[in-house]
Design a protein around this ligand. Structure first.
Ligand SMILES: Nc1ncnc2c1ncn2[C@@H]1O[C@H](COP(=O)(O)OP(=O)(O)OP(=O)(O)O)[C@@H](O)[C@H]1O
Ligand SMILES: [Mg+2]
Length: 246
């Protein structure tokens, strides 16, 4: 067991964005969160990472009460649960290698983070990650000059540089064309398979969710309305998740 959510609810001004979500997410799985716009997918990932606080409910990771973490332990948790965003969030004018190296900063005391000083060991790890994911040639290039697909792969390499326990990807392919979307999903699948990484991925693209995820969680208006393998995602499940949209 790795991540356990219990009765997780988030309200904004009395309106429920997430409604009593209870889920166990075991280590090493590739879980896709699907649902219409506004269903609560981003809210769920942000709650797990503690970018936002739940109104009620529990978050447990390997027996640790995530909601109780403060200060240094909270910083460590945010590095443990690495986020990947639709818009990549790289620093465009900085070179690729430095962007990847910034993945180490969340593990450091706040003071030394300002120094932006990286050890030889960290540099070696960053270069190895870039080479592993076919980005070795790009290390000196300004991140903003890469293609969207390459930028997202650099962002995932930066997430890996954090030595995370899980990767939370919020629509990682929504800004990419079909080919680059596939390359990025292949990279996530490879990290899941080769590193045993737990991946939770919000996806608009149902086809991508069906082909890459081993489990789909369907949200509608903040509630879980489907939870099962892609093979079980039938017409009734599709209606429950998307209504008449499809
Ligand atoms: N900071 C906020 N203040 C008020 N309401 C919010 C806030 N953030 C999210 N919401 C609301 O919570 C609900 C869920 O939003 P969320 O962003 O989680 O949806 P989503 O499934 O990620 O949608 P999308 O597919 O468009 O990204 C929506 O009704 C949204 O308007
Ligand atoms: Mg969203």
């Amino acid at each position: 067991m790795t991540l356990s959510l219990s009765g997780l609810t988030k309200e904004y001004d009395g309106k429920r964005a997430l409604n009593s979500v209870t889920l166990d997410i075991p280590r090493g799985g590739f879980t896709g969160i699907i649902g219409r716009s506004g269903a609560g997918k981003s809210t769920l990932l942000r709650l797990i990472n503690r970018l936002i606080e739940p109104t009620t409910g529990e978050i447990n990771h390997d027996g640790i009460d995530v909601r109780a973490l403060r200060g240094k332990a909270l910083r460590a948790w945010r590095a443990d649960a690495a986020m990947v965003f639709q818009q990549f969030n790289l620093v465009p004018r900085l070179d690729v290698l430095t962007n990847v190296l910034t993945g180490t900063l969340g593990r450091r005391p706040a003071f030394s983070s300002f120094l932006k000083w990286f050890s030889d060991e960290e540099r070696r790890r960053a270069v190895a990650l870039l080479e592993r994911f076919d980005l070795g040639d790009t290390w000196a290039q300004a991140a903003g000059t890469l293609s969207g697909g390459q930028q997202q792969r650099v962002a995932i390499a930066r997430a890996m540089m954090q030595s995370p326990r899980l990767i939370l990807a919020d629509e990682p392919i929504a800004s990419l064309d079909v080919h680059n979307g596939k390359v990025v999903m292949d990279m996530l699948a490879r990290i899941c398979r080769e590193d045993g990484m737990t991946i939770i991925c919000n996806l608009h693209d149902l086809d991508a969710a069906m082909s890459y995820c081993d489990r789909l969680i369907g949200l509608a208006a903040g509630s879980v309305v489907f939870d099962g393998p892609p093979a079980a995602f039938d017409a009734a499940a599709r209606r429950a998740v998307y209504g008449d949209e499809t």
